[in-house]
Write a protein that binds this ligand. Structure first.
Ligand code: ADP
Length: 477
């Protein structure tokens, strides 16, 4: 089985969020179930050193936004098909935004080109390589199934995976021509979404299957509350929709071997985890303590993640004697809010604004609990890292968070099944109440350790999800 992944991010090369982790880990996991997955990815500047080592396998002169070529290279065990189109991807700044945080004005061309390259490969652009399935990820790749359907030949099957339905790739209708899209497909049953072109809607209409990254999110996006305007479209295609939970890369994320930690540990040597709290506290200037939990946040700082509500609950957390360490970047108001909170409580709250992969590992290992009060969360990865590191997740009951964390209610505690704390209301009050529960549980070391061990036993690898994708591909083909 040959699967072509089309995606705009792939860890460890380029990452802004969970999408990259998934695209980076899935090919290796699929290889173990005999699926050969290759990834079409833009050649952004961090990938330039790879280009001379690769082999040019195709050239296109008429992609949206100009010409491009494909260079195949295998790095870190992942076979990449790099779309080398400097006019689109050779620039400083972010993957999607310029240095001032504004969307690149040609994002439709950049990701139209990525999608079209994917579709061309599907239709035989690379000699000797014919994928059976094209698996597109998120709006940036979402036109691939559309271009495939437009070509109208006996084409491979297609899947779109929604990692976050809030990002839809919406552009004015004037871009249709630049994207070489059929204007007679621009209507509500096709590519049109409230007068605009929507990349994601295109894929929802024209892919053979639609998946998202957890079963609960798959149900949630059928409702107006979570569907971000696409719930009607999804309902019409609900027979094609399913949820497959993400896993994590348990080689990159393994507390027993993680080189970013001050001290490695496993479920049998949990006591050694404490050295990481000391190291993290020293690094951040927090008071070194062990009488109350250290909570952490590793996240994009956005209202989606409920961090505005957490900010309001910081005084309560501090009153309870607990500590908080925040690692993230995002909305200026939240960055400032958490900086101010750290200034107001320098020994109990620390804020590190920035994106730092290695530090995120020490945050996971050095904290007792990880707070994820998201308003919606398609899957979420940081709770999975938390589980695997014995850092108990404290999560809102939504999406993948609800699917992966077992709340410390009485029945679950008795059954030794509880792995974290699940709460309902994303508000300062809701957070204060769950913080109280965590502080109380932490005061009972036997209970806490039993929960840590249950958390570390929780299966978080890609194995069962890779099998689920394998079954889906097989069914389609
Ligand atoms: P999302 O994709 O919505 O941002 P996920 O939980 O699915 O959320 O994935 C976020 C990923 O990004 C995780 O791997 C997390 O560890 C990482 N991450 C988020 N913010 C930072 C940061 N400031 N520094 C390092 N890693 C971060």
């Amino acid at each position: 089985m040959k699967v072509l992944m089309v995606a705009s991010e792939c860890a460890p090369f380029v990452k802004t969020g969970g999408l990259a982790d998934v695209v980076g880990a899935l090919p290796g996991a699929l290889a173990r179930v005999d699926v050969d997955a290759q990834v079409v990815l833009p050649a952004y500047p961090p990938l330039f050193p790879v280009l001379p080592e690769g082999e040019e396998v195709a050239r296109f002169d008429d992609l949206p936004g100009g010409p491009g070529r494909l260079v195949r290279a295998t790095v870190h065990g992942i076979t990449l098909l790099l779309l080398d189109a400097p006019q689109l991807f050779d620039r400083p700044g972010g993957l999607y935004v310029d240095e001032n945080g504004r969307d690149w004005s040609d994002n439709h061309l950049r990701f139209g080109a990525l999608s079209m390259a994917g579709a061309r490969i599907a239709m035989g652009a690379i000699e000797g390589y014919q994928p059976d399935v094209v698996h597109a990820h998120d709006w940036q790749a979402a036109l691939a199934p559309v271009y495939m359907r437009m070509a109208g030949r006996d084409i491979p099957r297609s899947i779109i995976t929604i990692h976050n339905i809030a990002f839809q790739g919406r552009f004015g209708p004037q871009v249709l021509g630049q994207l070489q899209l059929k204007t007679d497909w621009f209507h509500p049953e096709g590519l049109e979404f409230h007068g605009d072109l929507s990349f994601l809607k295109g894929a929802l209409m024209f892919s053979d299957r639609i998946t998202t990254v957890s079963p609960t999110y798959a149900r949630e996006i059928l409702t107006p509350e979570f569907g971000m305007g696409l719930d009607g479209v999804l309902q019409a295609r609900s027979g094609a929709l399913s949820g497959v939970l993400n896993g994590i890369d348990t080689e990159a994320w393994n507390p027993a071997t993680d080189t970013a930690l001050a001290q490695t540990y496993d479920a049998k040597t949990l006591k050694r985890k404490a050295a990481n709290r000391v190291a993290l506290s020293e690094r951040l200037g927090l008071e070194t303590r062990s009488d109350a939990p250290l909570f952490c946040v590793v996240s994009r700082l956005t209202n989606q993640k409920g961090l505005d509500a957490l900010l309001e609950a910081v005084p309560h957390l501090v009153d309870r004697g607990a500590q908080l360490a925040v690692l993230g970047t995002g909305q200026p108001d939240l960055e400032k809010g958490f900086r101010d909170a750290a200034m107001a409580h320098p020994r109990q709250v620390a804020t590190h604004i920035g994106y730092d992969e290695a530090l995120s590992h020490l945050f996971q290992a050095g904290s007792d609990a990880i707070l994820i009060p998201s308003r919606f969360e398609p899957c979420g990865l940081t709770q999975l890292y938390g589980l695997h590191y014995g850092t108990l997740p404290v999560v809102a009951r939504t999406g993948g968070l609800a699917d992966t964390v077992i709340d410390a209610n009485v029945a679950a505690i008795v059954a030794k099944a509880a792995t974290g704390f699940v709460f309902h209301e994303v508000s300062a009050n809701g957070l204060a109440a769950v913080i109280d529960r965590v502080v109380e549980a932490y005061a009972d070391p036997k209970l806490w350790q039993s929960m840590q061990r249950a958390a570390m036993r929780h299966p978080v690898s890609w194995d069962s999800s890779a099998q689920a994708y394998h079954d889906l591909y097989t069914e389609l083909v």
